[in-house]
Design a protein around this ligand. Structure first.
Ligand code: HEC
Length: 150
């Protein structure tokens, strides 16, 4: 009885896995299959951009965490980490579409502006407004593009 149930469960899991892999392979195969523009770059360039992305997510997390006790110094440091200084190597610029670059630079600039404003005593409400603008950029770009290693 248990053995039957177990093998049934295994069959369902395996089935789901195989279907899942098929879907992934399909998406990877056709550029823009999910409606987003696929930017094809060498693997190292993709990894550099993705590292930059994880830095920004880390900044957002640290900003939110430090905003709980209202630690402006820690918030400022977290914002600064994703400023223009953290932008991926300029050597990658020619590989990326103009609009992508503009949105990317604007996002880093907003982190720098936020860091400067925090240094000048920006109130918490305004921090939330600015964070919402920043995350609006994250959402907009993710809806428009995906990266593919070529
Ligand atoms: C200019 C475009 C752009 C902006 C702005 C942008 N991203 Fe991304 N991000 C991308 C693309 C493209 C990918 C790869 C998505 C894919 O291939 O499916 C990505 C991937 C990621 C990943 C996955 C990283 C990994 O290692 O796989 C994270 C996390 C991420 N972004 C966070 C953010 C956050 C947080 C923001 C805003 C603060 C942000 N991104 C703003 C374009 C952008």
């Amino acid at each position: 009885m248990w053995a039957t149930r177990l093998s049934l469960a295994a069959a369902i899991l395996l089935g789901g896995f195989v279907v899942g892999c098929g879907e992934r392979a399909q998406r990877g195969g056709g550029a823009g299959a999910d409606g987003r523009e696929a930017i094809r770059v060498p693997a190292e360039a993709r990894d550099a951009v993705l590292l930059e992305m994880r830095t920004m997510l880390g900044s957002l997390h640290d900003l939110l965490t430090a905003s709980v006790p209202g630690d402006a110094v820690a918030m400022q440091a977290a914002a600064k980490r994703s400023g223009l200084g953290a932008a991926a190597d300029t050597a990658l610029e020619h590989l990326l579409p103009e609009k992508f670059l503009q949105l990317g630079v604007a996002t880093h600039q907003q982190f720098d502006d936020l860091a400067a404003a925090l240094g000048a005593g920006l109130p918490r409400d305004s921090v939330v407004v600015r964070l919402s603008r920043i995350t609006g950029n994250c959402v907009a770009c993710h809806a428009a593009y995906r990266l593919e290693a070529r």
